[in-house]
Design a protein around this ligand. Structure first.
Ligand code: TXA
Ligand code: MG
Length: 358
């Protein structure tokens, strides 16, 4: 199949192209499109065959459920069994926006879309292109992030093309996304609301609306051997081809540990990548030094992280070291992705840990 690539301005979506893209989805095809979090790989959420195609195009295990995207609040009713009062409050506070809620599903939603589960994840994105496309496609688009399984989620349309060329009918390029990390997922099907995936809408923001909010325990201690409640959270994800390690601690110690490693790598013919901030960039002596923005600007770090991880592959970085970004409001969401990308390898210089070279 040839993939059509269309550039579009979010402020003025080209409605004739949107209409055509909507028709592609209605007829069972796939379209990659921008959202405010990351690019999505969209198909008809109510058509089991479309969901099968999504799994195939992504190379994704079919037990990993898809998020159903809507563009009108009232469209939620036909696809869920009940709407808990918490959902109404959250929708009012955060929709349209980067929050996904889990409900018990109605029979309208095929099991193929929910990876065999009785629950369905629903999100109402704020991106105008996404909203127009969902409307044109009939109101329900199932969309995982538009990357091949295991790779970082695309924050630019060129990465959708890199991963999905020849596998989808159309890619809509709406520019760089605003947030850069996937939506927060909250489960509303149990007694207590539980965060299954941290994101831009953080625990504090959710607590302000709901009072008590739990965090899935596997996010806190990922090596506990218990399966995460969001099936996708158990898979290896985001990892660059090179080996990534997070170096934590006081700034000067982190810089000197990374430079020591870079020196060793250079002597052994290995290329070194570094993920840092504007403040530290000039302190590193390594092959590919990439700043995610000023340390105080978490939004920038979130937005640039997946791009940087992808760029290291093109640069041929074999050993990659990242500063830690656990400080602020977005710290949990950023570190959740970074820790996965690093396979949970962390060196805590504050505790006297050092890198071991081989
Ligand atoms: O920001 C986002 O959420 C993006 C954009 C495109 O909207 N989408 C996205 O989808 O990140 P995906 O498929 O890459 O991640 C969906 C996550 C997976 O970890 C999946 O296991 C979980 O949501 N999930 C989906 N339905 C679920 C359900 N019924 N119960 C528990 N987890 C669910
Ligand atoms: Mg994904």
């Amino acid at each position: 199949m040839t993939t059509e690539y269309v550039v579009m301005n979010e402020e003025a979506p080209d409605l004739s192209v949107i209409k055509r893209a909507g028709r592609i989805i209605k007829e069972g095809g796939l379209v990659a499109f921008p959202t405010e979090t990351v690019y999505g790989l969209g198909g008809d959420a109510l058509n089991p065959e479309s969901s099968r195609k999504i799994y195939e195009a992504k190379g994704r295990p079919s037990d990993n459920p898809l998020i159903v995207h809507i563009c009108r609040l009232e469209d939620i009713e036909p696809i869920v069994r009940e709407i808990p009062p918490e959902a109404k409050k959250l929708a009012e506070a955060f929709w349209p926006g980067p929050l996904t809620m889990i409900f018990r599903k109605s029979s309208l939603v095929p099991k193929e879309t929910t990876g065999g589960l009785d629950t369905v994840a629903v999100r109402f994105p704020s991106n105008k292109i996404a909203q127009a496309l969902i409307d044109a496609a009939g109101g329900y688009i199932a969309a995982p992030s538009a990357n091949r399984s295991g790779r970082p989620s695309p924050t630019l349309a060129k990465y959708c093309l890199e991963d999905l060329d020849g596998r989808v009918e159309m890619i809509i390029d709406g520019g760089q996304v605003g947030i850069g990390l996937e939506s927060t997922i909250i489960d509303l099907t149990e007694d207590e609301p539980v965060i299954l995936r941290p994101g831009f809408i953080n625990k504090k923001m959710l607590q302000e609306v709901l009072g008590r909010v739990e965090v899935d325990s596997t996010l806190i201690t990922p090596d506990s051997g218990i399966a995460p409640k969001a099936p996708g959270m158990k898979y290896r994800h985001y990892a660059p081809k090179g080996e990534l390690v997070i170096i934590e601690g006081e700034r000067d110690k982190v810089v000197s540990e990374i430079n020591r490693a870079a020196g060793y790598n250079r002597a052994h013919g290995l290329r070194t990548g570094v993920i840092c901030t504007d403040e530290t960039r000039d302190l590193y002596d390594a092959d590919c030094v990439k700043s995610a923005g000023p340390r105080g600007d978490e939004d920038s770090v979130a937005r640039e992280l997946f791009r940087i991880l992808r760029e290291f592959d093109d640069d041929g970085a074999e050993r990659i070291y990242s500063e830690s970004f656990s400080g602020g409001e977005l710290g949990q969401a950023i570190m959740n992705r970074l820790m996965k990308a690093a396979g949970h390898r962390v060196v805590r210089t504050d505790e006297g840990e050092t890198l071991h070279f081989k």
